[in-house]
Design a protein around this ligand. Sequence first.
Ligand SMILES: Cc1ncc(COP(=O)(O)O)c(C=O)c1O
Length: 267
Amino acid sequence: MATRIKQLVSHLSGSDMSAELWQDVPLAPPDSIFKLTAAYKADAFKDKVNLGVGAYRDDNNKPWATAILLNDETLDHEYLPITGLAEYTAAAAKLILGPGSPAIKEDRVVSVQTISGTGANHLGALFLSRFYKFNGPPKVYLSNPTWANHHAIFRNVGIEPVDYAYYDPKTIGLDFEGFLAALRDAPERSVFLLHACAHNPTGVDPTQEQWKAIAEVIAAKKHYSFFDCAYQGFASGDLDKDAWAVRHFVERGLPLLVCQVSWETTD
Ligand SMILES: Cc1ncc(COP(=O)(O)O)c(C=O)c1O
């Protein structure tokens, strides 16, 4: 594996001919989180804490889940099937949809394991760009603001996303009326990317009553819900509470996809 990686790197960078080939490749925009990480590393303050990236850390501020996984002999470290480890994807579906979910019982759920949450968003966007077509390519709406990569992920598959009103700086809360108006004004069968909980970057989530009203308009306009659920359990501390919006949409029979990051926790 190490050799293969080395070969790929030298292939991309190794000769005058490849320099000529790649000279017009544009530089991707920097991600502000990585800028924050660089600033954190440069900071000499001894009690510094890095809250930039959502990963569990030990008392020495080192991520530890990877070491546990690598050292666990009971885990299968072989290649997985193309759609991932079936036991894992089934457990992940139960985690977000709930064990008693009608969608699971009626065998209406399809799950695919991806490389990270970014990979899930990419595959979701790619799938919609290929197959979600009513009158041409899908119109995709992102909350204003949203996780910076959402824009790049949709542009990467040829979709120029449009913003919908979400955050109101005056109240430091949800622009609920603006959000509903955007849902109503969007053409039928648009795609709305919704943060299932712990909205990134604002931390502002609709209440359950507001989610009900949002679902109402989504149903009336036949919109498609693209849930990004990167922080289940992090908003309220309760996995079920944080999955409430997704489960409500499923109960209402709304079609949706969920990009889910499932976190491993230990007691
Ligand atoms: C809203 C949201 N979606 C997806 C992701 C991507 O997750 P990952 O780091 O697993 O690629 C993040 C991570 O910051 C996120 O905040």
